[in-house]
Design a protein around this ligand. Structure first.
Ligand code: GDP
Ligand code: GDP
Length: 439
């Protein structure tokens, strides 16, 4: 599981600045979830091979009893509950404030590992910046400048070390190798995830893993259908639930992100009885970003008319048009209808995601595509594509080698993707094309 770091502190101490620094180095998966998480942002960072999640919070004014500040405090609590380690940021130019003390009290009760970080310290002496903050009782502060990057790399390494140490050690007896396709079921609250999981796996199993006190983070539940093995991935929700976190939202972005990244195939559930919402689009965006194979289940189909079928298909095309590669299924998790075909698509998507594409086959397909339509010239040169090989699976990555490939535009890349997709019948998985110029 990816370690989760939450950035907490008063408004204006530099949380967003640090968040951007941690996540911008890669194509950051940065999402705002309007309505749901007014002021929480999720991003992915990476140090070397190690990916981690960062949650930015809007700002914590713990005294507010209502209004926007109260809402923000709630959001912060949720972020803390979802994290392994909290980076608590204070402002080195402003010095210690009473609110910093209140936040400290809250964090202490949360039971999370906390790192105290003094920001905006560029050009200042460690001892003089840090002195003010010892009285918080959080140990030696880390002194950084988020804006300039001073001290940030060390801070993150330290935070990740702590985060990993916080993660529960899995019970090895339960840790058999997963069998068959790993599936995650995701969707916004009340679309029918638990109902579908019950239908797939059987009631007792689900109750068993939902029990309080379950300490494992990701639960893998093996099940069988039509003689085939699958493993359902479920993250046990908010970890180490404590008294402070009673009022946690039912829906967890971290849980969604973690289960997507553990799966081979994601089943995205939508509610046929409602319009596609922004939250649906965000979750769909996470899946696309992850590169996992995808099957869309339009649930609660019982009792609806075929007019509604056309309506919702149009709504999906309009709002989730980037999911064109995925199969749609109308299902009823409650009545158990449509599940067979849905699972057939899961199998097909997995097969496509794990396809082995040999270099000669890919190169032939590439040459065919180019013969059919050349990339445009860029100035005097025309990009020259020579051969292609497979650079990865789940999602399949096709690496194209040649010269002057930086001249290939997004349109042409889409054309190539379509061509490969059709040639190799790659349904249900994203496909990535990488261009590598030798000159
Ligand atoms: P947030 O409200 O905690 O997310 O704070 P922001 O990241 O929006 O930063 C608030 C202000 O502090 C902005 O004007 C930033 O440019 C500034 N700031 C952030 N980090 C630093 C820093 O390391 N040094 C200085 N001098 N200013 C900073
Ligand atoms: P989750 O929050 O995504 O896990 O959703 P649940 O599985 O808890 O379902 C939310 C509500 O939708 C429950 O009242 C379910 O009985 C209902 N529900 C789930 N699937 C269906 C379905 O296929 N048809 C209908 N009509 N209701 C369903």
């Amino acid at each position: 599981m990816k370690p989760v770091i939450a950035l907490v502190g008063r408004p204006n101490v530099g949380k967003s600045t640090l968040f951007n620094r941690l996540t911008r180095s890669r194509d950051a998966l940065v999402a705002d979830l309007p309505g749901l998480t007014r002021d929480r942002h999720y991003g992915e960072g990476r140090i070397g091979e190690l990916p981690f999640l960062v949650i930015d919070t809007g700002g914590f004014e713990p005294v507010a009893k209502e209004g926007i500040m109260h809402e923000m405090a709630k959001q912060t609590k949720q972020a803390v509950a979802e994290s392994d380690v909290v980076i608590f940021i204070v402002d080195g130019r402003q010095g210690l404030t009473p609110h910093d003390k209140t936040i400290t009290d809250f964090l202490r009760k949360s039971g999370r590992a906390v790192m105290l970080v003094v920001n905006k310290a560029e050009g200042m002496k460690y001892t003089s910046v840090a002195a003010d903050f010892y009285e918080l009782g959080l140990g030696d502060p880390y002194v950084i400048s988020a804006a300039h990057g001073d001290g940030v790399a060390d801070l993150v390494e330290e935070a990740l070390g702590l985060a990993i140490a916080q993660q529960p050690v899995s019970d090895e007896a339960l840790d058999e190798a997963p069998r068959g396709v790993k599936i995650a079921v995701v969707g916004r609250p009340n679309v029918g995830k638990s109902t579908l999981i019950n239908t797939l796996v059987g009631e007792e199993r689900v109750i068993a893993f939902d029990m309080p006190g379950t300490t494992r983070d990701a639960i893998e539940i093996p099940f069988e259908r039509e003689g085939k093995q699958y493993t359902l991935i479920d993250t046990a929700g908010i970890r180490r639930r404590g008294k402070v976190f009673e009022a946690i939202e039912k829906f967890s972005v971290v849980k969604t992100l973690q289960s997507i990244s553990e799966a081979n195939v994601v089943i995205l559930l939508l509610d046929a009885q409602q319009d596609i919402s922004e939250q649906d689009a965000h979750i769909a965006g996470f899946i696309l970003e992850s590169g996992r194979a995808l099957v869309v289940g339009i649930n609660k189909w019982d009792g609806l008319t075929s007019d509604r079928r056309d309506e919702i298909k149009m709504d999906i095309e309009r709002k989730l048009n980037f999911l064109g590669f995925a199969k749609l299924h109308f299902i009823s998790a409650l009545k158990g209808t449509g599940i067979g075909p849905l699972m057939k698509s899961v199998d097909a998507a997995y097969k496509a995601a794990m396809a082995n594409l040999s270099t000669p086959k890919l190169t032939r397909a590439l040459i065919e595509a180019v013969e059919h339509q050349q990339p445009r010239r860029r100035g005097a040169t025309r990009p020259k594509m020579r051969y292609a090989h497979q650079g990865g699976q789940n999602p399949p990555i096709i690496v194209i080698h040649g010269n002057a490939l930086e001249g290939i535009d997004a349109n042409y890349k889409r054309y190539l993707e379509k061509h490969f997709r059709e040639t190799f019948s790659l349904v249900g998985t994203p496909l990535r094309i990488e261009l590598r110029s030798s000159k």
